[in-house]
Write a protein that binds this ligand. Structure first.
Ligand code: GTP
Ligand code: SPV
Ligand code: MN
Length: 598
């Protein structure tokens, strides 16, 4: 079906792509429920989707074992020079990458339908929002985009005949010969997967993967890699951050934006239920924040997405009740286990595991088997509006004013539960030196410590050193209206490997301390690494936690921190002269304080 409104640039691009990729048919998505239902019915019919008897309008998909998470090794930033991409990105020259992508794309949609998805990142018409158009040959991707973005006819209307958009071309990279039967999860082998970005011309071109951020191109490709490059050029920010509103018993509102690496707790923190009486949180976003300085000089944030693409394992009514309430209906589950009564299951869901299930590979599974039933990066795709604590202002076009930035990561040792930065520059240093143990959200080894500045290592579309400079520039522009900066670590472990901190809803105690610091009401002790809560500064009322745990969690360990310095130095060293002088000053400052300060 051809939509009413046409756009010249879009018409030309679709024609060009169709000629290259050779699909059997072209479908312009209108974004309607009928369209979603029809595509889902086709996928049930083909065996790609399993309807879930226990959850209305919900479906389970199982991916190919080679296609279970983002593939950072196969993600490329094509800037004219290698230096513009920087040492933390995989660089290929734009001409060469275009040639490769063109070669792969020739005839790649044979036997398939080409879907055109006009989508808006951000509420349609918001001054912070942007329009993209994804072309894909995956109906699974179309259905996910229905949930994750605003899409279809209303976006075409906003685009108009002469509006500009970000082209996002996607193929699963599995053309079908005449009469060849399709697989339930078509994709290309690893060495043929390419997630390519051309930041200079705002173009995304992804081939060979159907999973998550590799395939839902509005998310990491557009809203972070391309948007971060645009944001730097235009003076705003595109960050891997949740956005949440915290309201104190006195009714004072605080808006918090927090950056943690993949699978390190953004979805959980975004919608936590505080365990301390009188405090309330409301979710605005759980993965990405776009922020612009508003007319009042404060930083205003919107969530560019309209759905949650959340990590399933570990999600339970105990750990994240609001996520569990959000996935009762209208959900796409990927790589979860299927129970005999037609429901999904994953490790870490409360209650006894099912006596029998079908695992994410489609095999029989029963408790006691070594491999998990759900893939560790199994996900749910669900509409944000279904979250019981979604904020009434989550779609406000002008966004919400940010009071607090939080950085963090997964560190089983060294890094305390919470640290407050001395000032903006020190906060940027905390963000720039963030480090975390790797998770199953990315293909590769799990549990390896790596520096992941601002949780943006895989998502920054340009040289990370220039990104650091951009943070300093934004701080200068914001001046006294800049958010206060904190660093957290929910993931400290005992020598026996047990969590020292209960986490989840109890993290509200740490958030409360931050808010009270803003008001000048909570105490802190000054240490060489920043301000830490002193004894009695954190509200621990009603928390049953051994005193030694608290002591360990809030300890400043001078020797352990001294050991961090050479690693920070090495990490910064790779940026050469591009590293901002202000960061070097911070690094020297830390080293000096560790030598002499008390
Ligand atoms: P992406 O969607 O990949 O960007 O991940 P995310 O940052 O949103 O992570 P998410 O909130 O989905 O959490 C990932 C995993 O960490 C889940 O298994 C959670 O149960 C676990 N987790 C989240 N918060 C905490 C916490 O406070 N303590 C502990 N121990 N685990 C947590
Ligand atoms: C992440 O890995 O940070 C995610 C999941 O949020 S994905 O969309 O696959 O990037
Ligand atoms: Mn993420």
């Amino acid at each position: 079906m051809k939509i009413f409104v046409t756009n010249e640039k879009l018409d030309n691009w679709v024609r060009e792509v169709a000629a290259l990729c050779g699909p059997d048919a072209i479908h312009w998505c209108d974004g309607s429920k009928q369209e979603y239902d029809r595509l889902m019915a086709q996928m049930v019919e083909s065996g790609a989707a399993t309807p879930l008897r226990r959850r209305p309008n919900s479906f389970l998909f199982r991916s190919d074992p080679s296609d279970v998470a983002r593939t950072e090794e196969r993600t490329f930033i094509a800037t004219p020079s290698k230096e513009e991409a920087g040492p933390t990105n995989n660089w290929i020259a734009p001409d060469e990458l275009k040639r490769t992508m063109t070669g792969l794309s020739r005839g790649c949609m044979a036997g398939r339908t080409l879907y055109v998805i006009p989508f808006s990142m951000g509420p349609i018409g918001s001054p912070i929002a942007k329009i993209g158009v994804q072309i894909t040959d995956s109906p699974y991707v179309v259905c996910n985009m229905h949930i994750m973005t605003r899409m279809g006819t209303r976006v075409m209307e906003a685009l108009g005949p002469h509006g500009d958009f970000i082209p996002c071309l996607h193929s699963v990279g599995a053309p079908l010969a005449k009469g060849q039967k399709d697989l339930s999860w078509p994709c290309a082998p690893m060495e043929k997967k390419y997630v390519s970005h051309f930041p200079q011309e705002n173009l995304i071109w992804s081939y060979g993967s159907g999973y998550g951020g590799n395939a839902l191109l509005g998310k990491k490709c557009l809203a972070l890699r391309i948007a971060s490059a645009m944001a730097r050029r235009e003076g705003w920010m595109a960050e891997h951050m949740l956005i949440t509103r915290l309201t104190s018993p006195a009714g004072r509102r605080y808006h918090i934006a927090a950056a943690f690496p993949s699978a390190c707790g953004k979805t959980n923190l975004a919608m936590l239920l505080p365990t301390i009486p009188g405090w309330k949180t409301e979710c605005i976003g759980e993965d990405i924040a776009w922020m612009k300085i508003g007319p009042d000089g404060r930083l205003r944030a919107i969530n560019p997405e309209s759905g949650f693409f959340g990590v399933a394992p570990g999600t339970s009514h105990k750990s994240n009740p609001m996520a569990m309430e959000s996935v009762k209906q209208n959900v796409i589950f990927t790589n979860c286990a299927l129970t005999d009564d037609g429901d999904i299951w994953w490790e870490g869901m409360e209650g006894a595991p099912p006596a029998h299930a079908i695992d994410w590979l489609g095999r029989d599974w029963s408790p006691g088997r070594k491999e998990p039933a759900a893939h560790p990066n199994a996900r749910f795709t669900t509409p944000a509006a279904q979250c019981p604590v979604i904020c009434g202002d989550w779609e406000k076009p002008e966004g919400v004013p940010i009071d607090i930035f939080i950085f963090g990561g997964r560190r089983s040792s060294v890094v305390p539960l919470v640290t407050e930065a001395f000032d903006w520059d020190h906060g940027v240093f905390l963000g720039a030196t963030a480090a975390s143990e790797t998770t199953a959200a990315v293909i590769g080894k799990v549990g390896v410590l790596r520096r992941d500045p601002f949780a943006m290592t895989p998502f920054c579309g340009y040289n990370m050193a220039d990104y650091f400079s951009h943070w300093f520039d934004m701080g200068d522009k914001l001046g006294g209206k800049a958010p206060r900066i904190f660093y957290v670590n929910w993931f400290r472990k005992s020598p026996e490997g047990k969590w020292l901190w209960p986490g989840f809803g109890e993290n509200s105690r740490v958030l409360k301390w931050m808010c009270e610091r803003l008001e000048g009401r909570a105490g802190a002790k000054k240490t060489p690494i920043g301000y830490l809560p002193g004894e009695g500064d954190l509200d621990l009322t009603g928390l049953d936690l051994p005193a030694e745990n608290i002591c360990e969690l809030l300890k400043f360990d001078r020797e352990a921190w001294k050991a961090e310095v050479p690693d920070i130095e090495r990490f910064f060293g790779q940026f050469g002269d591009r590293l901002p002088e202000r960061l070097k000053r911070q690094q020297r400052g830390l080293a000096e304080r560790l030598e002499k300060d008390v």
